[in-house]
Design a protein around this ligand. Structure first.
Ligand code: CMC
Length: 393
């Protein structure tokens, strides 16, 4: 049936047409629906950009008000679903808890599972946007043994999430407006990135006409890995290792270049598409300097990260391979400064990527050209051979 071409890792194979996100990796350009990421980061908000990604245009004031208030009013989890968290071990990774809980949304919200019913898709969109922050904060509360707080619908999206995560019933939670603004921007910067590993997973699962919750939960699992969303956790762990080893950045860089240990990479560096500075990394670096600069005792890991970047950017190994810092390089330092444990970092990436997954799934399901995703293979196993009875093996 014709020639099959091998493209491991889909380096040069397009799987769909899309009008959502544009990347020019050589020039370091990223745009959502045509709008440059720098303008959105400075002037838009996470919810407004989510609307843009999902619906294609920036909302009017009335549309934004409606979108925001619908999300605000769906933040509560089904009470039975709150109990779902009791069954997980305390030391479970919150990404594993998040993907399971998102998958479980299909069991609790069975009235919004039809992928071809526009109204149902709209409700599951709102439910996901509203409930994933609640789920994420419960995954954290479970791990630290604190009570899960109910959402407060009078609060903004990020404020509500921070309060549910860091608040306790015994004392009123004081919201830090700088943390809210910075986290909102970080979520916005992660909101979509065209056909990355998790988004392609969401599309592939959805191409079988699986519902939005099932498809997004598969995306969360794809994001979990250290070469994708898990890199933000891995960067901080790497910086800690360098620090504990005496802070010798040059030594670590030579270990990476050595390639003896193939698992040792400079985490937060390199990208399949960007062969230039990741425009998101530039914005995150600026935010990291601002946030960490406010702290009474600056984090020594920031200094290590900046040294690492400087050495790598002038080193032949990284220069010749066009390896630059990516979005994950500086985010962890900000999350740490905000009080998040490292295991929550990838969960924050998932919160940010959610509108992108939803937008891409919706584009896929509405595209008449969509077929079930079904790659071919090049078979390299045995030819036909006869079954040998067990006694003779
Ligand atoms: N440190 C050291 N060497 C690297 C790195 C790195 N971070 N990234 C790539 N290389 C080398 C790699 O060894 C290879 O060298 P050679 O040509 O000698 O074999 C060359 O650069 C090309 O790398 P590749 O593995 O073919 O590139 P890829 O497009 O398959 O991988 C990547 C992209 C992001 C998985 C990879 O750069 C990587 O592992 N980076 C570290 C993990 C990371 O930060 N991931 C987050 C990505 S951005 C956000 C996200 O998607 O979640």
């Amino acid at each position: 049936t014709g020639q099959v071409t091998l493209d491991t890792g889909f380096v040069n194979t397009a799987s769909c047409v899309s009008s959502i996100t544009y990347i020019d990796g050589d020039a370091g350009i990223l745009r959502y629906r045509g709008y440059p990421i720098e303008q959105l980061a400075e002037r838009s908000t996470f919810l407004e950009s989510s609307y843009l990604l999902i619906h294609g245009e920036l909302p009017t004031p009335a549309q934004l008000e409606d979108f925001t208030s619908r999300i605000q009013h769906h933040t509560l989890l089904h009470e039975e679903m709150r109990r779902f968290f009791d069954g997980f071990p305390r030391d479970a990774h919150p990404m594993a808890v998040l993907s399971s809980a998102v998958s479980a949304l299909s069991t609790f919200y069975q009235d919004s599972l039809n992928p071809f019913d526009q109204e149902q898709v709209e409700i599951s969109t709102i439910r996901l946007m509203a409930k994933v922050p609640t789920i994420a904060s419960y995954a954290y509360k479970k791990a630290i043994g604190q009570p899960m707080l109910y959402p407060d619908n009078s609060l903004g999206y990020v404020e509500n999430f921070l309060r549910m995560t860091f608040g306790v019933p015994a004392t009123p939670y004081e919201i830090d407006p700088v943390a809210v603004k910075v986290l909102d921007m970080l979520l916005l910067l992660h909101a979509d990135h065209e056909q990355n590993c998790s988004t392609s997973t969401v599309r592939l699962v959805g191409s079988s006409q699986a519902n939005l919750f099932a498809s997004v939960s598969a995306g969360v699992n794809a994001l979990f890995g250290p070469l994708h969303g898990g890199a933000n956790q891995a960067v901080l762990e790497m910086l800690q290792v360098i620090r504990e080893d005496g802070g010798d950045v040059a030594k670590f860089v030579s270990r990476v270049k050595d390639k003896k240990d193939t698992a040792t990479r400079l985490m937060g560096f390199g990208h399949r598409v960007y062969k230039n500075y990741d425009p998101r990394a530039a914005l995150v670096k600026k935010a990291a300097q601002e946030v960490l600069g406010r702290m009474a005792k600056p984090d020594p890991l920031l200094d290590l990260a900046m040294q690492l970047e400087e050495i790598a950017l002038s080193d032949e190994y990284f220069v010749s391979r066009k390896l630059y810092p990516n979005v994950d390089f500086y985010t962890g330092l900000i999350y740490k400064a905000m009080g998040f444990p490292t295991t929550m970092f990838t969960v924050l990436f998932a919160l940010g990527r959610l509108p992108g997954w939803i937008a891409q799934w919706r584009e896929m399901i509405n595209d008449p050209e969509t077929k079930i995703g079904r790659p071919r293979q090049v078979y390299i196993g045995y030819g036909a051979r006869d079954y040998a009875p067990i006694a003779g093996r």
